[in-house]
Design a protein around this ligand. Structure first.
Ligand code: DQA
Length: 151
């Protein structure tokens, strides 16, 4: 059965109360429930993780090898700073999608830089919590096309 890791970086544990005008009022628990419902509708498995620590995110990406077929990553601010996350995604042979709730390109200049986009098959941003469902749909479609990781 196809399995997708949905990995969340720093401060996303505070969704719901963190700058709701930017990130909405949906909590990370609500998002996990939405993702799990979508996954069971499409008969796939998901892992859903969050960490505020860069090294833990690196370890989680490494551990995805052999467990998951693809990674959806909202790396939060580490998107804009972390060569370690870029290298980790590049080191595991798994397709990845970069995800953001907000439209990072409509925000401060430093959010226009992504170190991880170059090792991702695509980027989804600006659709709030629904972006997680868009990313799951996009990853399922990508895996179905990819003979190596076919669903
Ligand atoms: C974010 C965008 C990042 O720039 C920010 O640092 C976050 C959240 C988003 O989901 O919109 O923590 O990844």
């Amino acid at each position: 059965m196809t399995s997708i890791l949905v990995l969340n970086g720093p401060n996303l544990n505070l969704l719901g109360t963190r700058q709701p005008e930017v990130y909405g009022r949906t909590t990370l628990e609500d998002i996990e429930a939405m993702c799990r419902a979508n996954a069971s509708e499409h008969c796939i498995r998901i892992g859903f993780e969050q960490s505020n620590h860069e090294g833990v995110l690196v370890d989680t990406i490494h551990a995805a090898r052999g467990c998951h077929d693809g990674i959806i990553l909202n790396a939060g601010a580490y998107t804009h700073t972390s060569l370690a996350l870029m290298d980790a995604l590049g080191a595991v042979d798994l397709p990845a999608i970069e995800l953001h709730l907000s439209n990072v390109h409509a925000r401060e200049d430093f959010r226009h830089v992504s170190h991880i986009a170059r090792v991702c098959v695509g980027v989804i941003c600006g659709f709030g919590a629904h972006g997680y469902i868009l990313a799951l749909d996009a990853m399922r479609a990508h895996l179905a096309r990819d003979p190596e990781h076919g669903a």
